[in-house]
Ligand binder design. Structure first.
Ligand code: ATP
Ligand code: MG
Length: 202
């Protein structure tokens, strides 16, 4: 099967992440999208308590519980140690040799990928589907794609999804300020955030 991997911190998951999965699914004829919450991403905070990881995973679970083609992948979420994309993709390829993997990411990740640990290895394990994000235009994206393709032999396609000026950071800030996040996250996720008093202090 063709599997799209949608990795992220998902702190919390928002409709930008969901739209990326849905557009990748449809436009690239993928069979399933696996949402992969990062354990303890090296580029984010140094460590987080297990509750925070549990909350991030639960919110992903709630957000994707409808469509059958969206699945939760707990491959990284078990670890409270750092997780690395190259390692995860290598392991997923070994575990599922019958599948072909597509790694979905937003523009900010495409522009920082050369700072990721052993990033060259990632290119040999999957095709990258890169979506625009508000701060980049299509020419910048195409330039970065052809640069990575010629330097490293990466396979990268532009993923055309609606441009949404939404980030988890904005959502955390809005919650802390007592502002609405309705329609930015699924209702079930908003209810979960409220019930568990998440993001009330920044
Ligand atoms: P934070 O503000 O905490 O960094 P985020 O919204 O960027 O959160 P992440 O979990 O860091 O969410 O992102 C996971 C992946 O989703 C990344 O590849 C990121 O580029 C992509 N992404 C997130 N939001 C969007 C968006 N609105 N449009 C396009 N891509 C996005
Ligand atoms: Mg981010």
């Amino acid at each position: 099967m063709k599997i799209g991997i949608m990795g992220g911190t998902f702190d919390p998951i928002h409709i930008g992440h969901l739209l990326l999965g849905e557009f990748a699914y449809e436009d690239f004829g993928l069979d399933e999208i696996w949402y992969l919450p990062n354990g303890n991403p090296p580029h984010k905070q140094e460590s987080e308590d297990e509750d925070a990881l549990k909350h991030r995973v639960e919110m992903v679970r709630l957000a994707i519980e409808g469509p059958k083609h969206f699945q939760l992948c707990l491959h990284e979420a078990k670890e409270t140690v750092h997780s690395y994309t190259y390692k995860t993709m290598r392991e997923l390829n070994a575990l599922y040799p019958e599948h072909e993997f597509y790694f979905i990411l937003g523009a900010d990740s495409l522009f920082s990928i050369e700072e990721w640990r052993y990033f060259r290895e990632i290119f040999s394990t999957c095709t990258i589907l890169a979506a625009m994000r508000d701060d980049k235009d299509v020419e910048d994206m195409e330039k970065q794609i052809s640069c990575l393709e010629s330097k490293y032999g990466a396979k990268i396609c532009l993923l055309r999804a609606p441009l949404l000026e939404i980030s988890s950071t904005t959502i955390r800030e809005r919650v802390a300020e007592g502002r609405s996040i309705r329609y930015m996250v699924p209702d079930t996720v908003a209810a979960y955030i409220k019930e568990h008093h998440l993001y009330t202090v920044t």
